[in-house]
Design a protein around this ligand. Structure first.
Ligand SMILES: [Zn+2]
Length: 303
C-alpha cells in the first residue's frame, strides 16, 4: 500500500492515490445475497470533513453520498443488509455519531448499526452503556489510526470487556496500512498483529473483526484465524488490486469460512462493486461464496 507509482501524476499536495473511472455494475452479481460488513454512515458535516481529508491525504472519493443516499444507492443495487460504521476522533463526538446511527437504523431496517467511542474520554463507559441500551447499537467500531492507539492500549480494556459481556462484536482497524503521515502517528510502529493476539488472549469471549484483511500483515492475520475462532477479517479495500500490497490469492477459498465481504462505501476511489466482482470470480464453491458475501457477516452481527 505504499505504492507511489500508482499516482505518478498527482500533485505533491494532493491525494496520494488516483481516482479510477472503472466500470461499475448496475446490481450485485447474479442476484447474490450480499451483506456488506463495512459501510460508513456519518452526519453530513462529518462526512464532508472526511471527504476533504481523503481528497488531501488519501484518495479522491468517488461517491460523495450522504447517509440517506448511501442507503438508497445500496438498496437499489441489491445490497440487502449492511453494517453501518462510524468512528470518533475527538471527545464528545461518539455520542453524536451513535445517536445519528440509531436514528438511521430506526428508519432503515437493512442497517445493522454499530456505535463508537473514543477510548479514554471521560464518559466512555456511559457512551457504550447508552449505545447498547436505549440506542440499540449492535457492536463498536474503533480505528487505531484515527484514534491514535494500539489495539492492546489499556484504555480499550473496558470497551472489550463490555462488548464481550454483551456478546457484541468490535470492528477495529488494527492493520498498519494505509499509513498516511496526516494521521499524526506512525501507524507502522503503532499497530501490529501481535497486539490483536494479546487482546484475543485476554478476552476469549470477545468477537473481533479486523478490516482490510489486516493490511499489510496479511499472513500474520491469516495465521491468527487458525488459532482464534472468534477472530474474523473483512475484505474491505484489500482485494481490489488498487494498492500494490495485497493478500496471497490462496485466501480464496482457503479462508472463506472466516472472511466478511466489506466495501468501505461510500469512501471509495473506484467502482462500488469492484471487490464484490473479484470475490464472485475467485470463490467458486457456492456455499463458500454465500458465507463470504453474507453468511459470515450475519453470524458475526447477529442479523
Ligand atoms: Zn472503513
Amino acid at each position: 500500500m505504499s505504492d507511489d507509482t500508482l499516482a505518478p501524476c498527482l500533485p505533491a499536495n494532493g491525494p496520494r492515490y488516483p481516482l479510477l473511472d472503472d466500470a461499475e455494475g448496475a446490481r450485485v452479481p447474479d442476484g447474490a445475497d450480499v451483506f456488506d460488513a463495512h459501510v460508513h454512515l456519518f452526519p453530513p458535516r462529518v462526512f464532508e470533513a472526511i471527504w476533504r481529508w481523503f481528497d488531501r491525504h488519501a484518495w479522491p472519493v468517488r461517491y460523495r453520498l450522504h447517509a440517506e443516499e448511501v442507503v438508497e444507492f445500496l438498496r437499489a443495487r441489491g445490497v440487502c443488509r449492511f453494517a453501518g460504521l462510524a468512528y470518533a476522533h475527538a471527545p464528545g463526538l461518539a455520542r453524536v455519531l451513535n445517536h445519528a446511527m440509531a436514528d438511521l437504523a430506526r428508519v432503515h431496517p437493512e442497517i445493522v448499526p454499530l456505535g463508537t467511542v473514543l477510548p479514554g474520554e471521560p464518559d466512555a463507559d456511559d457512551v457504550l452503556r447508552e449505545a447498547f441500551g436505549p440506542l440499540g447499537l449492535r457492536g463498536v467500531k474503533l480505528h487505531c489510526h484515527v484514534q491514535r492507539m494500539a489495539a492492546d492500549d489499556p484504555r480499550l480494556e473496558a470497551v472489550y470487556a463490555r462488548c464481550a459481556a454483551a456478546g457484541l462484536p468490535v470492528v477495529i482497524h488494527a492493520g498498519r496500512e494505509p499509513s498516511f503521515a496526516a494521521y499524526g502517528v506512525d501507524t507502522r510502529t503503532l499497530t501490529a498483529a501481535a497486539q490483536i493476539e494479546r487482546v484475543l488472549q485476554r478476552h476469549p469471549r470477545l468477537t473481533l473483526v479486523v478490516p482490510h484483511l489486516g493490511a499489510d500483515e496479511f499472513d500474520a492475520y491469516a495465521e491468527l484465524l487458525g488459532r482464534y475462532e472468534n477472530l474474523w477479517l473483512d475484505t474491505t479495500m484489500a482485494i481490489g488490486e488498487y494498492f500494490e500490497a495485497g493478500p496471497s490469492p490462496a485466501i480464496f477459498p482457503g479462508l472463506a469460512g472466516r472472511l466478511l465481504y466489506g466495501s468501505d462505501f461510500p469512501n471509495l476511489p473506484y467502482a462500488w462493486d469492484r471487490e464484490l466482482r473479484r470475490i464472485v470470480r475467485e470463490v467458486k464453491d457456492p456455499s463458500a461464496l454465500r458465507a463470504v458475501l453474507a453468511g459470515n457477516a450475519a453470524r458475526v452481527f447477529g442479523a
